[in-house]
Design a protein. Structure first.
Length: 202
């Protein structure tokens, strides 16, 4: 009996130790699996974030290019229609009596349309530069503004305009001219191989 009791006690202790070992092994496996899952999630999150950001930038780039191409097409149509309209107006003015002669008002009207076509061409140049270099050329924007203001000045009726408006338009032209000069100077200074002093015209 003592031997049998001792044997049964040993078996119970072994079983208890085996169960505890299984339990500890199971807990360890769960901890290791959770660690691997959390680490994988932490590593995958930045990659997914970077991938989503790159995908969004790609979509925006395609959308931006589509809008720019649409603007380019519309501007080409507008310039073409303006040119045709200019030709029609010039022909109508020339066939009026006196034949092939234009008075001051008719000449100003024709010159205004000429400058309008030039503004459209400058805008086309700006859009083309944006497509090729992916940036807006500030000097082209200044040129468009200067041509637009010049057109407005040419077609003005100076008998009806006030002195204050003339002063204001003069200030606008001076500001645009100074801005264009500074932009051109800055671009020249940042051009590789350019001298520090820009060339002056005699």
């Amino acid at each position: 009996m003592p031997a049998e009791y001792a044997f049964n006690t040993f078996v119970d202790v072994f079983r208890t130790g085996k169960d505890q070992l299984k339990k500890q092994f199971k807990v360890g496996c769960n901890v290791f699996i959770n660690y691997l899952f959390c680490r994988g999630a932490q590593e995958a999150t930045p990659k997914n974030s970077v991938g989503g950001k790159a995908q969004m930038e790609k979509i925006l780039k395609i959308f931006e290019k589509g809008i720019v191409l649409a603007l380019l097409g519309l501007m080409m149509i507008a310039v073409l229609i303006s040119t045709v309209e200019l030709a029609v107006i010039l022909f109508q003015e020339l066939i009026k009596p006196p034949l092939f002669l234009l008075n001051i008002e008719e000449m100003l009207e024709v010159f205004g349309f000429f400058l309008m076509v030039l503004i459209g061409l400058e805008l086309l140049e700006s859009i083309k530069a944006y497509i090729e270099e992916d940036r807006v050329h500030a000097e082209i924007v200044f040129l468009v503004a200067i041509v637009a203001v010049s057109r407005k000045i040419i077609i003005l009726n100076y008998n009806e305009i006030t002195a204050e408006k003339l002063y204001g338009m003069a200030a606008v032209i001076a500001a645009l001219g100074i801005g264009y000069f500074l932009v051109r100077r800055a671009l020249y200074m940042h051009t590789p191989g350019a001298d520090k002093n820009p060339p002056t015209q005699n």
